[in-house]
Design a protein around this ligand. Sequence first.
Ligand code: ATP
Ligand code: MG
Ligand code: MG
Length: 380
Amino acid sequence: MNILILGAGQLARMMSLAGAPLDLNVVAYDVGSEKIIHPLTGEVHNSTLQQAIDNADAITAEFEHIPDDVLTLCCQSNKFYPGKAAIKTGGDRALEKALLDKTDVECAPYQLITEKAHLVAAVERLGKPLVIKTCQAGYDGKGQWRLKSDDQIDQIWSEMADFIASGTESAPHSIIAEKMIPFDREVSIIGARDKAGNTVIYPLTENQHTNGVLTLSVAGKEKAAIQEQAELAFNKLAQELDYVGVLAIEFFDVQGTLLVNEIAPRVHNSGHWTQQGTHCSQFENHMRAVAGLPLGSTACLRPTAMINVLGQPSIPHSVLATQDVTSHWYGKTAKPGRKMGHINVSADNLHQLGERLAALAEILPEQDYPGVADTSTQLI
Ligand code: ATP
Ligand code: MG
Ligand code: MG
């Protein structure tokens, strides 16, 4: 079968790698260059988007910020999963919050903002501090402000007004203010739903972000009660969206209660551990779902941690020499802070995972790989 993926980054690459043993051939549409490329080699195919759509048995996406006309074209083929509505919802925080409200899934108190008076009202109603986010276009913590005192209102509003003004009629821009949640930690749930509505869900993952970017995930240490809460939210949202494929939901854990931060209608960075921690990774399950194949097992075989490699030119050999460490490199040009690859490390139990993370913390500088040493101490 032929699969077309909208977006040609590392997620498309890893979906392609997961699809190959299932005899799924992947091409990717690079939204920036508007070219059809091979997601592993970068080789450019001499075909148009329409030809790639016609040639595909199924179409999916690796990210949610896709031009509307491209989504429409793909939808017209009736081969696009998880569908335009799900992609649009994941790419617009206003739609996302409306979905959460409709399905009665709890999130941070929020207010939509289109004029300065709304910002002033949000400060009064929600209190400070606030996290203010662009509803469209943000990822990795970009397009966000932290409002801690009233004297920031003018400055933040002027930057917000610039963003709102840069929208167009077909792609309008808006802003949302959220109460800053004093969370204990961040977790995410990732699952897959097939065309018949069957779902499989991975164990919850605990995530650490540094400056808005995911730096470390650990899976295999959660209690049943919190897993159940996350699964309930997953099932409600996936059903409401009539979702097909992998869906990720990020949460704040506030004293054992989960509040949704955001959803991602795609494979997700916090699910990369599944490549070694499970029999069927999130990439394989996404490919299976969109291709109409049976879903695979999501059970955690071994506690596994994922460490993002940000801005580094390579992974030290001594890291690969550490027991049960695997490297996943994306083949991108290095830039400061850019996601270049990730490392997965597995172990027989959480204590051993802690020991392996401690060994890695000896090799990986704390400023480039934050949280590894701390997490190792907590697990040992
Ligand atoms: P992603 O790359 O995950 O899509 P993003 O740019 O969409 O990132 P968010 O996930 O909304 O951004 O926010 C990034 C991080 O900022 C969160 O993981 C969390 O650490 C922090 N954050 C966001 N919203 C809040 C909030 N309401 N209260 C407290 N912290 C928050
Ligand atoms: Mg996001
Ligand atoms: Mg996020």
